[in-house]
Design a binder for this molecule. Sequence first.
Ligand SMILES: Cc1cc2nc3c(=O)[nH]c(=O)nc-3n(C[C@H](O)[C@H](O)[C@H](O)COP(=O)(O)OP(=O)(O)OC[C@H]3O[C@@H](n4cnc5c(N)ncnc54)[C@H](O)[C@@H]3O)c2cc1C
Length: 307
Amino acid sequence: MLRASFLYLSHRRGLQRFVTRQRLTAALAYRFVAGDRLDDAVRVVTDLNRHGFTASLDHLGENVNEEKAARAAADDYLAAFERIATDRLNANVSVKLTQLGLDISSDLCRDLLTRILQRAQQLDNFVRIDMEGSAYTQRTLELVLELHREYPNCGVVLQSYLYRTIDDVGRVNAARVRVRLVKGAYDEPASVAFPKKVDVDAKFEAEMQQLLLEGSYPAIATHDDRLIEATRRFARARNIAPDRFEFQMLYGIRRDLQDRLLREGYRVRIYVPYGTEWYPYLMRRLAERPANLLFIVRSLIRERRAA
Ligand SMILES: Cc1cc2nc3c(=O)[nH]c(=O)nc-3n(C[C@H](O)[C@H](O)[C@H](O)COP(=O)(O)OP(=O)(O)OC[C@H]3O[C@@H](n4cnc5c(N)ncnc54)[C@H](O)[C@@H]3O)c2cc1C
């Protein structure tokens, strides 16, 4: 119920304007977001690299409906790649296709993504295409499979809550496209996605196994202790070395688990979002764990007492 409410609110532009101006919600957002500027993200990634983590930079933004904004987003990613190279960061980038104008025109989106992939290839780097709501799944997969033939330095995200994903895993593995497996963060109807968490978790485990056996350097992206343990157990049982896959987690979530996996010799990549367009991202993080709201309530109480 709360999950659906937060995901519904994530699309409300009017509320976005109000919420992003509030000091407390901004404080909450910056638990999950590196800061407003690329410099902030670079600082965070430098520190993560020093500790042994790799990173994926996400310049926040989605569902862009003006061509100018889509072109600006592509320029921002090009700037991020230059900065990764000059600062010698161990990082790649994650991109959303609706940020590159997928809602405006597929051609525009393809052109902008191609520019980013070309530059990434010259710099020997990698672009991960995030997966958005199910309305975009087919188009995202088609575009990635098409561009991957010329630019093998791109990969995609598959969401285990979708019924279709078990088949997509086979298709994408056959094309040797790198996959990040996630549970899925959007509000989907029962006609396309498993409504029950227990079913999503079971599919995640099955798809993780398929990716470890047949995939191309898969990324297992979850903070779920049980599924992480299942991944480690499966890899050990099948003699899949820890350098043949990586775990991925979100900046600011389960740092204890991130540290532990790293200490145990696993590769861990942290997804580092930055930028001012954090509202929908924050709403999805609240939907995953409404208890995050307690942070706001506690801060409010503290402020009242201090006043
Ligand atoms: C690197 C990365 C990239 C992602 N990219 C995409 C994408 O492209 N498309 C997409 O749809 N989804 C994406 N997601 C989000 C994903 O779909 C899930 O919504 C998210 O990871 C929460 O699910 P979980 O696997 O951690 O399991 P859950 O069962 O939701 O959570 C397991 C445990 O993790 C902790 N936890 C989880 N979420 C939070 C939170 N918000 N705040 C605090 N603690 C939390 C809690 O301790 C919880 O008990 C991504 C996730 C990661 C880690």
